[in-house]
Design a protein around this ligand. Structure first.
Ligand code: UD1
Length: 423
């Protein structure tokens, strides 16, 4: 099993180029199933989740050329498509559910075992299914009770759908399904994340008629067919946010290239409250964290444009060394504080009560043996290791490989003392 060995490091300095967004590319790859023509996706991050999605699409009958050395994937789903997603692949990644709408469009059927992914709460799919049911899809209830989505439909028809919660995955699945449904679909209380906008942009380039992506109401007029596309994926705002936190935590000065600052408004505002100086320049975002001490602040995670849940653990890492206490409230996932135990091993002394964590701050952290409890938490404990005395040994780093391209190389290029060891 591979591990990271992290040692107290000098302030991060230099420049780092952010990769394409994992959470944007996965639905875009699934959308390639909606056409028989070739789709070319560029700026694809070389990540394990992308490899799993490539394998999933191949197993469904698509021809996939994966050139991750050049961050490019080509997908051509001409001919017959299978409707059953193999459990072996689906269990590796929750985002596998994203093929649900496309399978129904292409084959009128879909069988998907409920997905795995990060262990951060229940993560059900009832909102995806609610939307599809409203579009005429029948779901086998007995199968669903066994954890299998077994869905069929003659022809999807447009509908007005209200999501009880603005789920990112449900919005993506319903938007994809609606592009080729009969009539108009109106999706209310839709997720507004930048990744939804990127997906809608790709689909519109393919010939779909989607309006309102990025707001809480999306209108999709069904069309007869979609064509191939070439598309550059948006930069990964969570990867960018992670490096921004790293710069501030270590008291560094980092130029973050390939970033859309608008996607990070909440994170930028909170880092400024902590005392960081952040400036947009022609070259990218300059993050300076040399003002000490780091101020404490409170955060509450919310759907976009609120503070992203995926930045909760990296930001908590920063708050452990801030001056004075901070409160973190997690409202998106029900069980996303597993990293607290890892921070506490390093001396952070955080207390939790339900979805609320109190971080006393002012701590001199000690290196320890810690675990990457999920993808973002893995990055967060690495950041903590950069400011802790001694060595921090991070295990279960396959989580980090799922979501951060060249994490060690990028950190080392900024002067971080981190290495990956294979055991
Ligand atoms: C996506 C992101 C993930 C991010 C999350 C929230 C991808 C591949 N992953 O995940 O990185 O943390 O958005 O920003 O894009 N929920 C329900 N019922 C449903 C669907 C969701 O209760 O039918 C709940 C979930 O349990 C969770 C919350 O809604 O508590 C958010 O889930 P959702 O927005 O669907 O996240 P994902 O699409 O899985």
């Amino acid at each position: 099993m591979a591990k990271f060995l992290v040692q107290k490091s000098a302030p991060l300095r230099g420049e780092v180029k952010i990769s394409g967004s994992k959470n944007a590319v996965l639905p875009i790859m699934a959308a390639a199933l909606l056409t028989e023509e070739k789709c070319e996706i560029k700026d694809v991050p070389a990540l394990r989740d992308v490899e799993v999605m490539c394998k999933l699409l191949e197993s469904l009958g698509a021809s996939v050329e994966m050139d991750l050395a050049h961050n490019c994937v080509q997908i051509e789903a001409a001919g017959e498509i299978s409707w059953e997603a193999p459990f072996d692949l689906v269990k590796m990644m929750r985002a596998s559910i994203l093929v649900l709408g496309a399978l129904l469009i292409r084959t009128g059927r879909a069988i998907i075992h409920l997905p795995g992914g990060c262990a951060i709460g229940k993560r059900p799919v009832e909102l995806h299914l609610k939307g599809l049911r409203a579009m005429g899809v029948e779901i086998d209830e007995a199968q669903l009770n066994r954890g299998i989505v077994d869905a069929k439909v003659e022809k999807l028809s447009g509908s007005t759908i209200y999501l009880d919660f603005p789920s990112v995955g449900a919005t993506e699945v319903i938007v994809m399904a609606a592009t080729l449904a009969d009539g108009v679909t109106i999706l209310e209380n839709a997720a507004q994340e930048p990744e939804i906008v990127d997906l809608a942009n790709v689909l519109n380039k393919m010939g779909a008629r989607i309006k309102g992506a990025g707001t809480d109401t999306i209108k999709i007029e069904g069309v007869e067919s979609l064509k191939g596309v070439s598309h550059h994926v948006i930069p990964d705002r969570i990867e960018a946010g992670t490096f921004m936190v790293g710069a501030v935590m270590t008291g560094g000065n980092v130029l973050i290239k390939n970033i859309v600052a608008d996607h990070l408004k909440a994170v930028i505002a909170k880092l400024r409250e902590c005392g960081a100086e952040i400036q947009m320049t022609d070259e990218g975002l300059v993050v300076r964290g040399d003002r000490r001490p780091i101020n404490s602040t409170d955060i509450k995670t919310l759907p976009y444009p609120g503070f992203p849940t995926d930045m909760q653990s990296p930001f908590m890492a920063l708050l452990t060394v801030a001056k004075g206490p901070s409160v973190v409230i997690e409202t998106v996932f029900e069980n996303r504080f597993m990293h607290v135990g890892e921070f506490n091993r390093m001396g952070a002394n955080i207390k939790t009560n339900g979805n609320c964590a109190i971080i006393p701050g002012d701590k001199t952290l000690q290196g320890a043996q810690v675990v990457a409890t999920d993808l973002r938490a893995g990055a967060a404990v690495v950041l903590t290791g950069l400011v802790a005395d001694g060595t921090t040994e991070v295990s279960q780093i396959y989580h980090v490989d799922r979501g951060y391209e060249n994490f060690v190389e990028k950190l080392r290029s900024l002067g971080a003392n981190i290495m990956r060891v294979e055991e």
